[in-house]
Design a protein around this ligand. Structure first.
Ligand code: AMP
Ligand code: GLY
Length: 420
């Protein structure tokens, strides 16, 4: 029986804990730092997910056998290497392999070298050279900070002035710190945006069920970008032929490329893609599970997640059949008033016990405060349901949402609406 530690505190991590709880191979689960949702199915540890020293002491003290890393920051800081050195099996890529997410310049150079389709780009370290180049490009164009910028380092500039301002903010004002010491100027791709997420042990690639997320805060994709306001699986436009193409032409070549570069990649590989008239092209890679994608993918996973993770870590994924339900799943994010801008927290959440028992409520920014569960972040809950069809799952979620309330709560009304 395994003692497991999950790192992170969002709805993605609550979903991971919920799925790991179903495994007969798991004894104890600890979550650092977790939330009010994980507190009822695991033991929360009051350790920040970027506190590598605190996490390694806790792993030793709690005699952890398996560590699962949710967010990108600890991966980029090398948490997997630290735990591997301690002899603890850890699910996630090494620091060097995480470069595929933590350095957009590394990812682009890799894609160019191994002919993995992506947008044309140019890299700059000098603001003057970058400005001269930008003035000669047609608009719109895309400006990207090289490093991690909490999802904010990409600017789609509609005019030359906007592009110059983005360059100045990133390279001169350093609004993202050192993440802006290099900048990419990219051609703007047009098409249907999608993501494609897979497990890989460094050789074999096994895709998860496809999922579509919604990044804008308001209905009809209006308003600013967020961490994700909703998600569903499977999207109607996604068929098995597309999945095969993306596996063979994008994910497998990427995993082979990482091996050839001496940075073998193990864990979850997440490709953000644009399906252009010229074929699918990569926008970015993430080195981790998606959030909110995980909240609809894991409820459809029929295999034991511990078996999958062990096969990834041990390099035996080719011997394993990962099984998925052919049902559908829809998740809608309930967010704090003002999110993704500034918002207040600490409001009691009511009605969590009034929703149907087959609904899955994954917590993100929540905490226990006396007898109440209170809001503690921007994204508060992902309310999720499965069903025979997307329509059925969607109906269950939207019927339940009015029952759950907290001051300022808002959510999108059009998640999965295109499948109706
Ligand atoms: P990324 O963090 O690289 O995924 O970028 C965030 C968002 O910016 C993506 O989800 C796309 O909507 C958009 N984006 C990034 N790169 C491009 C590009 N080359 N062309 C068009 N849109 C892009
Ligand atoms: N859903 C987008 C992400 O996980 O990065």
């Amino acid at each position: 029986m395994l003692r497991v530690m999950v790192i992170g505190g969002g709805a993605r991590e609550h979903t991971l804990v919920w799925k790991l709880r179903q495994s007969k191979k798991v004894a104890e689960i600890y979550v650092a730092p977790g939330n009010a949702g994980t507190a009822v199915m695991a033991e929360n540890l009051d350790i920040n997910s970027s506190d590598l020293d605190g996490l390694s002491s806790a792993a030793k003290e709690k005699r952890i056998d398996l560590i699962v890393v949710g967010p990108e920051a600890p991966l980029a800081a090398g948490i997997v290497d630290i735990f591997n050195d301690m002899g603890i099996r850890t699910f996630g890529p090494s620091k060097e392999a995480t470069l595929i997410e933590s350095s957009k310049v590394f990812a682009k150079e890799l894609m160019h070298k191994y002919s993995i389709p992506c947008a044309r780009d140019k890299v700059f370290t000098s603001f003057d050279f970058a400005s001269d180049y930008v003035k000669k490009q047609s608009t719109p164009m895309v400006i990207k900070a090289d490093g991690l910028a909490a999802g904010k380092g990409v600017i789609i500039a509609q005019s030359t002035d906007e592009a110059l301002k983005a360059l100045s903010d990133i390279m001169e004002a350093r609004i993202f710190g050192d993440a802006g010491s290099k900048v990419l100027v990219e051609e703007c791709l047009v098409g249907q945006e999608t993501s494609f997420i897979a497990f890989t042990d460094g050789k074999t690639v096994v895709p998860m069920v496809p999922a579509r997320d919604y990044k804008r805060v308001y209905d009809d994709d209006l308003g600013p970008n967020t961490g994700g306001m909703g998600v569903y699986s499977p999207p109607g436009f996604f068929n098995s032929e597309l999945a095969d193409t993306l596996t063979k032409n994008i994910l497998e070549p990427t995993v082979r490329a990482m091996e050839q570069e001496g940075k073998p990649y193990k864990g979850v590989l997440y490709a953000g893609l644009m399906l252009t008239s010229d074929g699918p092209k990569v926008l970015e890679f993430n080195a981790r599970f998606g959030d909110p994608e995980t909240q609809v993918q894991l409820p459809l996973l029929q295999s034991d997640l511990v078996d999958v993770m062990m096969a990834v870590i041990d390099g035996t994924l080719d011997n394993m059949e990962i099984e998925w339900s052919d049902e559908s799943c829809v998740g809608v994010v309930m967010a704090s008033g003002g999110y993704p801008g500034s918002y207040s927290v600490g409001y009691p959440i009511t009605g969590l016990d009034r929703v149907d028992s087959d609904l899955l409520i994954f917590h993100a920014g929540t905490e226990v405060n006396g007898a109440n569960i209170c809001t503690a972040g921007g994204r508060v809950l992902t309310v999720t349901a499965t069903g025979e069809t997307v329509k059925e799952a969607r109906q269950k979620v939207y019927n339940s949402l009015p029952l759950i309330q907290f001051q300022g709560c808002h959510y999108r009304k059009d998640i999965a609406a295109e499948e109706m």
